[in-house]
Write a protein that binds this ligand. Sequence first.
Ligand SMILES: *Cc1c(COP(=O)(O)O)cnc(C)c1O
Length: 241
Amino acid sequence: MTIAANLERVRAEIRAACARVHRDPAEVTLVAVSKTHPPEAVLEAVAAGVQHFGENRVEESEFKIPAVMQQVNVPLTWHMIGHVQSRKAKQVTPLFQVVQSVDSVKLAEKLSRLMQEQGRSLDVLLEMNVSGEASKEGFDASSWDTDDGVRARLWAEVGPILALPGLNVRGLMTMAPIVPEAEAARPVFRALAALRGALADSFGVSLADLSMGMTDDYPVAIEEGATIVRVGRAIFGERIS
Ligand SMILES: *Cc1c(COP(=O)(O)O)cnc(C)c1O
């Protein structure tokens, strides 16, 4: 299968998922996750009309993003989707237009300060660990709706981030646990959507974006309100290690 053919299939799945829940496919942004794949693969996806790409490692991005950008004459939007150590924030802001993986107040403050120094602002998502898996990055948001302590801590972290002048907090991101059936991830997506609603109400902000859903489960995520899906293997094939 070529990348172009894979993209056709993914786009058809996105349209079908939207149709099932009466959503407009234009509400769903496809981020092609190109991690481990070479610039040539990204260029193939660009030729097939992809504008949004996701990467999860700073070192890989420092080589790949400039290599791609030298060869395209269309604007692309690069999304950082992996954990960023605060000390690497400085390397991230020149390369990425969106950081989906803001997972601490410290990182948020660092990014905001860097952007302010340049008189710019950065689009970010706050990564939430709604499944409670210890291996997942993100703010602890498991049982936020039943545990007052978790909720209070989470609210106390999110509030100050929303007020940072250098960040435009567009919404929330999560990773579902790896499950045998996509359907089993549905409660996680539903929980992220509910959390977005609660935070938006509390703080009087819109948090319009929900980034959720990967190769194994993006149709279910779309049914639950995803506005951004992050799809790697279904587009580029298995990751190159
Ligand atoms: C790798 C990755 C993806 C894409 O995963 P696939 O299963 O290849 O679609 C999405 N989101 C994040 C955060 C990732 O690290």
